[in-house]
Design a protein around this ligand. Sequence first.
Ligand code: ADP
Ligand code: MG
Length: 245
Amino acid sequence: MSIELAGVSRVFRGPAARRITAIRDLDLVVAEGSAVAVMGPSGSGKSTLLQLVGGLDEPTAGTVRTGGVEWVGLRGRRLAEFRRSVGFVFQQFNLLPGLTVLDNVLVSMVGAPAREARKQALVALELVGMAACRNVLPAELSGGEQQRVAIARAVVNRPAVLLADEPTGALDTATGFAVVDLLLGLRDEAGATVLIATHDYAVAARCERIVTLRDGGIVSDLWMGAAADPAATAERVRSFRPADS
Ligand SMILES: Nc1ncnc2c1ncn2[C@@H]1O[C@H](COP(=O)(O)OP(=O)(O)O)[C@@H](O)[C@H]1O
Ligand SMILES: [Mg+2]
């Protein structure tokens, strides 16, 4: 699915009625099947942007279309359908500690018949190399393994859009790369559109496009081309400074 934001703003009410503009009049078009890194300092609006795209938060102004459909205003079955078409991966994995690996994947499969759901959950765990750990609790796994399970949970419904909010932030470099390779591999395989919010230039350089936010607006939009050399791209991005800094 493509992602289109037009004139999108998200204003929060802070303490003492102070208005916090997390996203400011933002226009962005992401082609179906592309992988885009979202960079920018803390507080620049990365998480808010992903939440607006994924239907976890409503814009104050503007329109967000995913696959040509505006999700704000959807109800009932169509809203449920939209939610199933989006997968989320978070920095802190967000697995349920009291549930096994398999059950953590199954929780995102409401509606599917039990036997079919179990089969699909195992396929997803197989995909991320975690099927052997299906009966283990999250606490028994390393951070990288927990993130693999979280990715299985995110992709089990075969989402058309995969949103990852600092997915490598809690992992060491090598494990983080493996997680990004996995996310991009799933993109290649399933044709999903992927947005990865990250602070890590080396992670961003694996995507074919890097959008950088500052104060809720886009300050740079770099396109790499599929054959870009990640090391050269990382250097190019690192040396880039927006005009106003
Ligand atoms: N629920 C909220 N209530 C009030 N302010 C918020 C809320 N969520 C985010 N913000 C503010 O919006 C801005 C952007 O936040 P965020 O999208 O989390 O940025 P990032 O992910 O780039 O660190 C920050 O100033 C943050 O404090
Ligand atoms: Mg964030």
